[in-house]
Write a protein that binds this ligand. Structure first.
Ligand code: IPE
Ligand code: IPE
Ligand code: MG
Length: 261
């Protein structure tokens, strides 16, 4: 190993060792952003190379999360709005998804990762959808990290679908509108049964949530980094968690209330 790589491993290990194991996020949500800008910065002719290299970053972060013993990692891979990109880019993204699912299955198995998906996966090309379901099934027995891919996902759309289901229960006389609770909405979201993310990480310097997990991020801590997604690595993840661990999460209460036992 050369000296640069050596000092990087040293830094990574120190950052990792500095994390408080009793205050780890249960669920990290990530907006993997900046692939296109990365490709441009590197001098590639198309944005697609950025998406390809982005898969490697996802592998690094998934592996690092599994090693940390995190329960849930949910990544924004393709939004409902991303369908409006040029067809060539959408097609390339779908091909990258297919290839990645095929190639990464052994890595997921090795790391005991269960794959999951949220979004309108039925609107993906049939081959990609089938491949996705086959990898979800193949990893369903793993009980380590749950890696959820948000694909053809939009939070407003997710909420509309949930509202329709609740409305149907009302229309069928099974539910009184007065007794609708947060739990009724919750159980119809794609994320039903998962804890809400406690940390949201967005790369590439953008500071917005772009229709991601609007309901579920209600009390998440936000962490923004200028690093472009293809360059994001375990060190970046440890830094995000270290920042999370410095926050005081008050959930509406006062700081004093939290310290009084
Ligand atoms: C994120 O990178 C990946 C997807 C949205 C699919 P972008 O493709 O948005 O890259 P930038 O933001 O244009 O650099
Ligand atoms: C959000 O990134 C979606 C994904 C990362 C998949 P975008 O790059 O599409 O978001 P905007 O358009 O800049 O808000
Ligand atoms: Mg972007």
């Amino acid at each position: 190993m050369n000296a640069v790589a050596d000092s990087k491993t040293y830094r990574d290990n120190r950052l990792k060792a500095g994390l408080d194991p009793d205050n780890m996020p249960k669920h990290i949500a990530v907006i993997m952003d900046g692939n296109g800008r990365w490709a441009k910065q590197q001098g590639f002719m198309t944005r697609v190379r950025g998406h390809e290299v982005g898969v490697e970053a996802l592998r690094r972060i998934t592996t690092a999360s599994a090693e940390l013993g995190l329960g849930f990692l949910t990544v924004y891979a393709f939004s409902t709005e991303n369908w409006n990109r040029p067809k060539t880019e959408v097609d390339a993204l779908m091909n990258i998804l297919m290839t990645a699912l095929e190639k990464e299955l052994p890595v997921l198995q090795k790391n005991n990762v269960r794959l999951n998906a949220i979004g309108n996966i039925g609107s993906l090309p049939e081959k990609a959808n089938k491949k996705l379901i086959s990898v979800i099934n193949a990893t369903s027995g793993n009980d380590g990290l749950t890696l959820t891919l948000a694909l053809s996902y939009g939070s407003q759309d997710e909420m509309v679908q949930a509202i329709r289901k609740v409305a149907l229960e009302v229309a069928e006389g099974k539910l009184d509108p007065e007794s609708i609770t947060e739990e009724h909405v919750e159980k119809h979201l794609f994320t039903a049964g998962m804890p809400h993310p406690d940390l949201l990480v967005r790369t590439s310097g953008e500071q917005r949530i772009s229709n991601y997990l609007l309901w579920q991020l209600a009390y998440a801590e936000f962490y923004f980094t200028p690093v472009l997604w293809p360059d994001f690595d375990a060190e970046g993840l440890y830094e995000a968690i270290a920042s999370f661990q410095k926050r005081e999460r008050r959930f509406g209460q006062t700081s004093e209330q939290l310290t009084v036992k």
